[in-house]
Design a protein around this ligand. Structure first.
Ligand code: ZN
Length: 249
């Protein structure tokens, strides 16, 4: 069966949960309040957007990071590792409540391209379940560990109704672990509609965030979620964004 057909089947199977609501759609008054705080509609066609993403968490410094994000009215996206969702569920709940986006980054961070399909499904499913249990919402985006994906990964992402999100640039925070370097690198790679890779288990990242956010905002950026930034791409389940060099669909 072709990948395209598989994708279509997957789309049919998961139905309405896939498509993000259009910016103009207002929740009907009869609906129960969403567990996730409704994010204020941001139109990245109109404003200068950037998405900071934090991987492998929730890390132990997530609480301080959430305080900073709240203070500066900034939104972020957290690509969560299921094992830490399980051990630090209160951070995950708070992320959702404060309007941040939650993504799936596997359960224990294996390289998906080395696993059998069943093991990949298991990694994704266990993390979906853990996030749902902690925060009442299910991730709609997948970031495969190390950004490593192949057609099998794409097909399985499609089964779960999720596009795969990589990054436009990294802060190299895990390598430098130095506040000044993290700020310098992040500002050097910041660009409109950029998706920046960071980690909330790196203390220096969390410590440098007030300064980074203030500078980005001073430069006209609005800090938004990945879904805000990719809205106009109309990503389908199994798609990958940004498309890596050499990626064949
Ligand atoms: Zn990771």
């Amino acid at each position: 069966m072709s990948r395209q057909i598989l994708s279509l089947l997957a789309i049919a199977a998961v139905g309405v949960t896939l498509a993000p609501a259009p910016a103009s759609a207002q929740p009907r008054p009869t609906q129960p309040p969403a567990a996730q705080a409704p994010a204020k509609a941001v139109d990245c066609e109109q404003v200068k957007c950037i998405a900071l993403t934090f991987d492998d968490g929730p890390g132990k410094y997530a609480g301080a990071l959430l305080d900073t994000l709240k203070k500066y009215n900034a939104k972020a996206t957290f690509f969560l590792e299921g094992q830490y969702v399980h051990s630090r569920p209160s951070f995950v709940k708070r992320m959702a409540q404060e309007g941040h986006e939650l993504g799936n980054h596997s359960y224990k961070h294996p390289n998906f391209t080395t696993l059998e399909p069943g093991a990949v499904r298991d990694e994704i499913k266990k993390t979906q379940d853990a996030v749902k249990k902690a925060a009442g919402v299910e991730p709609k985006l997948l970031r495969p560990p190390y950004g490593m994906a192949d057609i099998q990964t794409s097909d399985i992402a499609a089964e779960f109704g999720m596009p795969m999100i990589l990054w436009t640039a990294g802060s190299r925070d895990w390598a430098t672990k130095n506040e000044a370097e993290i700020k310098k690198q992040t500002l050097a790679v910041a660009k409109q509609d950029g998706i920046i890779l960071m980690h909330d288990w790196v203390k220096q990242t969390v410590d440098s965030m007030p300064s980074i956010i203030k500078t980005l905002q001073k430069n006209g950026y609005q800090l938004v979620t990945v879904s805000d930034v990719v809205k106009r791409e109309n990503l389908q389940p199994g798609d990958i964004y940004p498309v890596p060099e050499g990626w064949q669909k």
